[in-house]
Design a protein around this ligand. Sequence first.
Ligand SMILES: N[C@@H](CCC(=O)N[C@@H](CS)C(=O)NCC(=O)O)C(=O)O
Length: 223
Amino acid sequence: MKLYSDPISTTSRPVLHFAAETGIPLDLVHIDMMSGGAQHPDYLRINPNGIVPYLTDGDFSLGECSAILKYLADRVASPAYPVAVRDRARVNEAMDWFATNLHKDLCVFGVYVAVMPPEGLDAAGIQALVAYGRNRAARWMTVLNDTMLADRDFVCGDQITIADYLGATFVSFGEAGGFDLSPWPNVAAWMRRMRERPGFAPAYDPFYAWLAERARQTQGAAA
Ligand SMILES: N[C@@H](CCC(=O)N[C@@H](CS)C(=O)NCC(=O)O)C(=O)O
């Protein structure tokens, strides 16, 4: 199987993380987003959406990180994607919740708008959108803290599921964008558990190194 991805991409990291821990052999094809690799005609012929991650498995191809996680988990019969109907429904629910509610408010409004503001917005407009996203994200964090992680180690129970891999990428991205998790101790403890996992560093370290380099360059330019 071939995975087109970039560790700089928030949606690539959960797939890289899960694959690393599950031992799924993936032939990694690096699509360098920062140099426009996702929009290159060669890549657009493979995935017309021009986004990563993207998986090919023989003559089958699949986009969307949530769908890729499910496919990979099924491919190796991973217990991280339970087969019992209600257990699976719970994992699907958590994955949809992370990919829509939390991702939209925390990552899109709360971080992307701040670091890559849409054209035509003045400073007050940017600030208002970011505040809107972060206020709504705080509400989702309370649900994550008080309900989904209230009495368990992982979002769907005491065993890790693919919902945790997906959720951790969005929460860690929010943190990297300055969203403080300290008001939500269960979320912070869950993130510590996720960071301690063996696949976390291989999947996430290139992103943190890229962020550090970006900060260094920004400081250098400002000096
Ligand atoms: N809904 C997609 C979103 C994928 C996506 O937006 N990926 C971004 C990086 S996080 C991308 O590839 N952007 C292409 C580019 O910046 O050229 C998923 O969940 O996989």
